[in-house]
Ligand binder design. Structure first.
Ligand code: B1M
Length: 215
């Protein structure tokens, strides 16, 4: 089978909610041992998830389908992530990442983490529904180059300002760069919230932290 067919199976497996096809295709890609193929597979997942989001927005898909598409994506990323980590792990610096309090979305955050890991960053994942205090404690503990927050709900975007305030209150704001991403946010929001950067996607986010790592 051609490698292009395998990417097609990965995508169709996700979009047809066929776990077995998606996982088999991912394993075939992983077995090639080709780092670029692994990155292309992550791009394929990100692309397919945009389609998933559109189907949900258009009322074509419902919550159960969304959740299952999320589970398939996680299985795929579980196979791909260790291969992406194989690079110069941690050499570019540490980044602490989490999804803000009240928000349980993590697919985009995980994709960003995988991209940044593959670029050599040591990623510390605080998970989802992370309170401001926990972000601050992690900055104190790990002294990261950057703190990343993901937010997909307009009802939780105020959490970002809270974290920035907490960082200031603990005298940490000048010691860490702050990057945010997620469907609820914009460049303008980032300016108002006093963070250093907004990443519209994982690739741009990784480019931004790379610049911070080697100015
Ligand atoms: Co929810 N959801 N959801 N959802 N969900 C959205 C966000 C929504 C826009 C859908 C819609 O109505 N059109 C909407 C929010 C509306 C709003 O606030 N304005 C919504 C809603 C309402 C909800 C619930 C309230 C639904 C309900 O229960 N009635 C509920 C809330 C639960 C909660 O969090 N408290 C809910 C639940 C869920 C599921 C659990 C079913 C599932 C999440 C599964 C999971 O994450 N494990 C889910 C999903 C899948 C979505 C959509 C369809 C897709 C999100 C996604 O994963 N996209 C989403 C619709 C949409 O976004 N169009 C929607 C793919 C992902 C790759 O994109 O996360 O944007 P994204 O990440 C991108 C970039 O943004 C960027 O890089 C990624 C890749 O390029 N990025 C970063 C993201 N974070 C970054 C951080 C960085 C850098 C880049 O640095 C730190």
């Amino acid at each position: 089978m051609m490698i292009s067919d395998t990417f097609e199976h990965l995508k169709s497996g996700l979009l047809e909610l066929d776990m077995e096809t998606a996982v088999d295709a991912t394993k075939s890609i992983a077995d090639t041992g080709d780092t670029q193929a692994v990155k292309d597979a992550v791009d394929t997942v990100a692309d397919a998830l945009q389609t998933v989001g559109k189907r949900f927005q258009d009322g074509e898909w419902f919550l159960a389908e969304l959740v299952y598409a999320g589970e398939i994506s996680k299985e795929i990323m579980n196979i791909l992530s260790p291969l992406m980590e194989a690079g110069a792990l941690g050499s570019a610096g540490t980044i602490v990442v989490g999804t803000v309090a009240g928000d349980l979305h993590d697919l985009g955050k995980n994709i960003f983490m995988n991209y940044a890991k593959s670029a050599g960053f040591n990623m510390i994942d605080l998970g989802i529904d992370v309170p401001a205090r926990q972000f601050v404690d992690a900055v104190k503990e790990h002294h990261p180059l950057a703190l990343g927050m993901s937010c997909l709900l307009t009802s939780t975007d105020a959490e970002i300002g809270k974290v920035v305030e907490e960082l200031k209150r603990h005298g940490l704001r000048d010691r860490v760069k702050v990057i945010i991403g997620g469907a609820a946010l914009t460049e303008q929001f980032a300016k108002n919230a006093g963070v250093d950067a907004f990443a519209p996607d994982a690739v741009t986010g990784t480019d931004i932290v790379k610049k911070w790592s080697s100015p």
